[in-house]
Ligand binder design. Sequence first.
Ligand SMILES: C[S@@+](CC[C@H](N)C(=O)[O-])C[C@H]1O[C@@H](n2cnc3c(N)ncnc32)[C@H](O)[C@@H]1O
Length: 242
Amino acid sequence: MHEAELAEIYDQAHRSRGKDYEGEAAQVTALIRERFPQAASLLDVACGSGAHLSFFQNHFGRVEGLELSESMLAVARERLSAGLLHQGDMRSFRLERTFDAVTCMFGSIGYMPSVADLQSALGCLARHTTPSGVVVVEPWWFAETFVDGYVSGALTTMGGRTIARVSHSVREGNVSRLRVHYVTASAEDGAQHFSETHDITLFSREDYRNAFAQAGLVAQYFEDVFSGRGLFVAVREGGDGP
Ligand SMILES: C[S@@+](CC[C@H](N)C(=O)[O-])C[C@H]1O[C@@H](n2cnc3c(N)ncnc32)[C@H](O)[C@@H]1O
């Protein structure tokens, strides 16, 4: 299967495992408003196919997304009725404005290969946040909490195509290697199998805490939120824009 087709089925495959993008967007919005009641703009970094943004746009006057993958961005562009989408790397992007809230959801921050990259990414998120604005990061599993050998599976049907997604994750040093297998089947194409591998870094909770502090972000960690990996909610101390 082509990368573009994978982007099309990406969030549907996760929805079929019970992922509630609408509920998550509402919960994150509430956490942002508790800290910054007048928050009117939001940037979702590593926005993927725009699933959270499609609900954030109901809560914020202005929403924008940033994403590395052009295939994901293409799906996000089709989905979003409003909002700007940017191609870029979370470590180095530079938009000419700040946002009252900046989010990075669903463990995307784990794609940073080192502590230095984690620090660069959080620094970049902080520089795009209004002073006193809020940064929300859903981390990947911590080195302390990752379950070696974890298996997950889900089955869904959309647009005449049935998709089975099965993943297996193993620890390789400080990395979790996630092997995802897809079997898709439709009346026209029959059944096909393909797989992909993701290397996602197992930072410690302390790595995150230090990186937030270094970025000038005062972070709180909430356990047992969403996927069970928890959520960092941080407020930016005073400072200059990008
Ligand atoms: C687990 S997906 C999450 C997507 C979306 N946030 C969601 O909740 O459905 C991780 C996303 O991070 C993106 N990504 C990986 N490395 C990135 C980087 N360095 N900068 C920006 N986005 C990146 C991937 O292309 C992918 O769309």
